[in-house]
Write a new protein. Structure first.
Length: 238
């Protein structure tokens, strides 16, 4: 592969937020997972595990996630009664890693900027709670993707397991792009662990760190949105 070919591939990948329902052929999905196996890892430990679902299993997962999201909406809105009830009954989301915390101040500006850009692109006003909730629920509907995946990391090798999982996932995403598919990382899926445990026997000591989607991009206007890609930040020499 020429250097310019790789650069074109890397720039072609973007976060797809609406998919066609067309299923991914088994041979294509197997090829993508096969490419992901060639990503590097800490001492070749491969400290991660994938759970990938399509068809009826994916539909059951979607229904379970939408149900969990709907039940948690009052919590997300920080309604006092909901917070008190969750505290008394110990019914907080069963995430392995907290997903609702505030971003560090040094990083928050970037998150706010991309969020504002996306919602402006879609014409969703800040005060339009119904539209914002519907957009948020679309994450739990997997944006219509035919295949959803979950990434687990071995808690005994953190934080290096998370690094290795990221390398693997980017390799998987680039392979998907080369095969004509779209992809999207979906961290919000880690807010709830129980839907995945109901469908997969995950090895002991593995924690859910992110989800992802694969499929063929639709023509929905949301897929015209592109986040900014500033240069990689580099530390200045002393």
């Amino acid at each position: 592969m020429l250097a310019e070919d790789f650069s074109a591939l890397a720039r072609q990948r973007y976060s797809v937020r609406d998919f066609r329902p067309d299923p991914i052929p088994d041979a294509v999905l197997d090829a993508i997972l096969g490419d992901a196996a060639f990503s590097p890892s800490w001492s070749n430990t491969r400290p991660y595990c994938l759970a990938v679902a399509s068809g009826e299993r994916k539909d059951r997962l979607k229904d379970a996630y939408v149900k969990a999201f709907t039940e948690a909406l009052p919590l997300q809105r920080k309604e006092p009664a909901a917070i008190l009830r969750a505290t008394l009954l110990r019914r907080w989301p069963d995430a392995d890693y907290k997903t609702w915390g505030r971003y560090p101040d040094a990083l928050r500006e970037r998150s706010v900027k991309v969020g504002k850009g996306l919602y402006t692109h879609l014409g969703i006003a800040r005060e339009d709670r119904a539209a914002r909730d519907a957009k948020a629920q679309r994450h739990l509907e997997f944006h219509g993707a035919p295949t959803v995946g979950f990434v687990f990391v071995h808690e005994g090798l953190m934080p290096f397991a998370a690094l290795d999982a990221g390398l693997m996932l980017q390799t998987l995403f680039l392979s998907a792009t080369a095969h004509g598919l779209g992809s999207c990382a979906l961290g919000v899926l880690t807010t709830w662990r129980h839907p995945v445990d109901a469908e997969f026997d995950v090895p002991k000591d593995y924690k859910l760190i992110t989800g992802f989607l694969l499929g063929y991009p639709s023509e929905h206007p949301v897929n015209a949105f592109r986040a900014e890609h500033p240069p990689v930040e580099q530390a200045r020499p002393r």
